[in-house]
Design a protein around this ligand. Structure first.
Ligand SMILES: [Zn+2]
Length: 404
């Protein structure tokens, strides 16, 4: 009995110290954030400079090996830290326009450099070997596009392996046979969490390895790790964590890597109000990853179980940036006016002066089942139909003025 109580107390102490660790990571983020990078559109050459900077400060703690090149001969590198027996593999930016986690990886490397003597970092580096490929699709990053330079969505190339980048991912996994993997992506910033009307800041998935979506030891471990990430992130954005659709996709890497024996957790960076550069989401990635490395090093994630992950509401597509509610839409040609809601999403438009944000009319009519970052009351206000036509680009500030 006493032994049980003692063990229980021990486990609770461990868990609370882990919570403390993640809160500390969150609160002290600005002290270790890798500030050389501050916006999303960085390219391979810039990333290489940053990795060289970090290599200098990490010294012997990190090795860098070029494992191959992209179709356009950009280097793809594997960073290795730690000497532990539990191998933790992670890769970011398989889709070139999904850079949030790449920035977070730089932050966490900087954290390790600055805190190399802390008990937590020592534990992580003695119990795990971290294997990191930042920017798996450098050609896509060069163009800020999802696909590789050969036009392939790498995440549908896990079986045919037509792209050099996909071959490298598969070969690296096979070479190290890691116990755990993190597949790091960005998703549409306008997913919502279940029916609760909040935006999904991070979505998590322990991908299925078969059509039946069965559990085996590998997928269960992925769910346990995903639960650990959930508990960490719940401390900072409890209403904004969603679960990604777990339908089996036979051509995707997450699903196949789960099948090949590495417990994979997909982390999708979503959206956050007034954060178009996704800096808050970068921070959540960094804190979530570092805290889960400690949980993996101490194996506490096994005790966490799978329920926190299973309980997360599903990612749903019920969200817009702006909804104008119940505006009076007028037609100058004499058709009767109507009451309609108007949904506007902010989009990045590239022109000669760089990137500007514009609005696009993306839905129109009764939008009462949808949610938005900003809800503008249009009652009693008139909008001429031609100013809010479906798919048109609008200046958001101009529309706002009309409603005032
Ligand atoms: Zn992606």
């Amino acid at each position: 009995m006493h032994t049980v109580l003692f063990l229980l107390a021990f486990v609770m102490t461990l868990q609370s110290s882990h919570a403390q660790f993640s809160i500390q990571l969150f609160e002290e983020y600005d002290s270790y954030k890798f500030t050389d990078i501050s916006s999303r559109r960085f390219k391979h050459a810039e990333l290489q400079t940053h990795i060289a900077t970090l290599k200098k400060s990490l010294g012997d703690l990190m090795t860098m090996e070029q494992i191959g090149t992209s179709a356009e001969q950009r280097s793809i590198n594997l960073l290795t830290l730690g000497t532990g027996t539990t191998k933790v593999f992670m890769w970011s930016q398989m889709h070139g326009d999904e850079p949030t986690a790449t920035m977070a990886l730089l932050d966490l490397l900087n954290y390790i450099a600055l805190h190399r003597n802390s008990a937590e970092v020592k534990k992580i580096l003695s119990e795990t070997t971290l294997l990191i490929i930042p920017m798996l699709n450098p050609d896509g990053a060069e163009r800020f596009q999802r696909r590789t330079s050969q036009g392939i969505d790498m995440n549908r190339d896990a079986l045919r392996l037509q792209t050099p980048e996909a071959k490298l991912l598969k070969a690296t996994r096979a070479k190290y046979n890691p116990e755990i993997g993190f597949n790091l992506h960005d998703q549409d910033p306008r997913y919502s969490v279940g029916e609760q009307g909040t935006v999904a800041v991070i979505s998590l998935l322990a991908p299925a390895y078969n059509v039946e979506k069965s559990d085996n030891a590998v997928r269960t471990r992925a769910k346990q790790v995903a639960s650990e990430v959930t508990l960490v992130l719940n401390q900072f954005a409890k209403e904004n964590i969603a679960k990604y659709d777990d339908s089996f996709e036979p051509r995707a890497f997450g699903d196949n890597i789960q099948k090949w024996g590495t417990s994979v957790v997909l982390i999708e960076s979503g959206g956050w109000k007034n954060d178009p550069e996704k800096m808050f989401i970068r921070k959540l990635n960094c804190v979530g990853l570092l805290a889960s490395f400690l949980a993996i090093a101490t194996k506490t994630y096994v005790k966490t179980g799978t329920k926190p992950y299973e309980d997360i509401p599903m990612n749903t597509k019920m969200f817009y940036d702006i909804i104008i509610q119940k505006a009076t839409i007028t037609f100058p040609d004499g058709r009767a006016s109507i009451i309609a809601d108007v949904a506007i999403n902010r989009e990045e438009v590239r022109d000669s002066s760089g990137t500007v944000w514009k609005g696009r009319i993306v839905d129109f009519g009764d939008l009462s089942v949808y949610y938005a970052h900003e809800v503008w009351n249009g009652e009693g206000k008139s909008l001429e139909a031609s100013t809010v036509e479906m798919n048109d680009m609008v200046n958001v500030e101009d529309v706002k003025k009309i409603l005032q």
